[in-house]
Design a protein around this ligand. Sequence first.
Ligand SMILES: [Zn+2]
Ligand SMILES: [Zn+2]
Length: 210
Amino acid sequence: MKISTNTGGLAATNAYLIADETTGDAAMIDAPQDTVLPLLNVAKHHRWNVRYLLLTHGHWDHISDHKVVTDAYPNAKVLIHALDEPKLITPGSLIFSLPYTIPPRRADGYLEDGKTISIGKLEFQIIFTPGHSPGHVVLYSPTESLLIAGDLLFAGAIGRTDLPDSDPAAMEISLQRVAQLPDHTSVRPGHGPPTTIGKEKRSNPFLQSK
Ligand SMILES: [Zn+2]
Ligand SMILES: [Zn+2]
């Protein structure tokens, strides 16, 4: 597995490109503003086929450049949890006016709890983790010990639960779910540096007693 990262946009959001080098299949995860082109160039350079844009949730900072991905790879399917699709159909911020426009679109399919998404031979389990937003998901690969965490869990912090579409009680349950993953699981968050489940269970105040 090869994972590449780029960070950008108004909220310094992380985009990830995951590829199975053995088959050449790849997926983009999240599409912050002005971040995806360098990752798409990595994919083109290796002749990888970007089959998916997987959206952890529908907040504007994670979906802004979805069209940049599908313009470069017209067959790439844009997938999101059904409960966050409305934010893809009517994109924008719920709390302020964005200085640019995000093109609206429907999802090509849905990320459902308990289902698996295959990127070549790599398999990622979809874990439904509402709280920060109603349709938030994380992606977990047991064989790669990798969790793509979106805005659920950050190094030393968690995603906001004071937004108009968030639910603090649901967030508690979602955090409890990912706290059960093995300590050595590498966590790649939607904002900030990588961490591990074990490190967060030891030092993240929001993961105590989980
Ligand atoms: Zn968010
Ligand atoms: Zn975010």
